[in-house]
Design a protein around this ligand. Structure first.
Ligand code: SF4
Length: 163
């Protein structure tokens, strides 16, 4: 299996969620936080919007600034910045393997905040390791144990863990 950007994002939040997603268990779609995320992603940065699908990745925004290719990922909050950084770095890494050098911008429209993400050797190594770990989690027969974290209250899988 090939980890997706979404699995990278969840891996840095909750490995149990990676396993649940890999079993095609659908998170509760009416969770208001999922809906808010969708709306922000749809309505922000319309001018630059150009969603790109490449192999197993979906890039929210793509534009050029002079010679540079810039890709953007829109998030509703910077609370899980590490996850967001690694997801965007994963897209940069994938593009890099296709011969495209790009810079990443994490966009937090509600906070009016932008963070630049560049691919470095350390980040590439970390991504390799994360992908191996995701593959191991997906191959587990049962999910990793539930651990209460700050994301649980916003997670579409709450009922699988805490009911
Ligand atoms: S509810 Fe919490 S423990 Fe369960 S999958 Fe979601 S984030 Fe992970």
């Amino acid at each position: 299996m090939h980890p997706t950007g979404t699995l990278i994002w969840y891996y840095y939040i909750c490995p149990r969620e990676v396993w649940l997603m890999s079993r095609h268990l659908t998170p509760w779609q009416e969770n208001p936080f999922i809906e808010i995320g969708r709306l922000i992603s749809k309505e922000s940065y319309q001018r630059d919007r150009k969603e790109i699908r490449l192999e197993n990745i979906v890039i929210d925004l793509l534009k050029t600034e002079g010679e540079n290719v810039v890709i953007g990922e829109v998030k509703k909050s910077s609370r899980f910045e590490k996850s967001a950084r690694m997801q965007l770095a994963f897209y940069l890494w994938k593009l890099n393997h296709l011969g495209i050098e790009a810079t990443g911008k994490l966009l937090f429209p509600r906070e009016k905040k932008k963070i630049t993400v560049m691919l470095t050797k350390e980040i590439e190594d970390e991504l390799e390791e994360a992908q191996q770990k995701i593959i191991s989690i997906v191959q587990m027969e049962t999910p990793p144990p539930a651990r209460r974290i700050k994301f649980c209250s916003k997670c579409g899988y709450q009922e699988f863990c805490w009911s």
